[in-house]
Ligand binder design. Sequence first.
Ligand SMILES: C[S@@+](CC[C@H](N)C(=O)[O-])C[C@H]1O[C@@H](n2cnc3c(N)ncnc32)[C@H](O)[C@@H]1O
Length: 208
Amino acid sequence: LLSIRAMKDYTGPQDYFDQEYVHEWEQSANTKRPFRPRFFDAFVAELNGLSRPAVLDLGAGPGFLAEQVLARCDVSAYHLFDFSPHMLELSRARLAPYSDPVYFHQGSFAEEDWWEALPAPFDAVISLQAVHEVRRADRVPHLYRDVGLILRRGGLLLIADLLDHKGDDGKPVLSMSGHQAALGEAGFEDFRPLLVVKDLMMFRARLA
Ligand SMILES: C[S@@+](CC[C@H](N)C(=O)[O-])C[C@H]1O[C@@H](n2cnc3c(N)ncnc32)[C@H](O)[C@@H]1O
């Protein structure tokens, strides 16, 4: 209970613990940004370069990306991580038709040791429109360091996120080069920008 309260305290201007807001987000996300399918395609293309990866999706939301990956990639396991019970419920419903091993985890990547209960190591950690939810640029390197603890050596990190989204302190979370620097600090290499469309950017890196 305490932990759920801590997670709730963390939610920002978007209240992911409000069912109505979450349902509205699900209804509008792909029409508000009609170019999201290009990002789905880029995730799928990158994951298809790996051999049956175990994948962790951070801030997986209603499972839009998960559905694309499960339909189009051969994964050994797909793990969805999100702190919102309503998002998790939507993703369970969306992914019910898929027979692949799919696992749902409730937790907040803003908390210390959020990664401890997860079945690491993963071959790929991926995230779409969720890293900015840490809501301050100086928290991003910490998040990437945590990801480094659960990714296998040489494992793939694929992030798509809002470009220069303003954080709580009014500063952007983060530019492409800001993410690159944060990843370097966290022990990643081979940083490569993959896609920028309007306010969404995507890049990849590998754990050294
Ligand atoms: C903008 S939505 C993106 C959802 C999904 N990745 C997509 O693009 O379709 C952000 C997601 O991150 C989740 N989230 C926000 N802060 C989080 C945190 N601290 N820990 C875990 N999940 C979080 C929200 O519940 C929400 O599902």
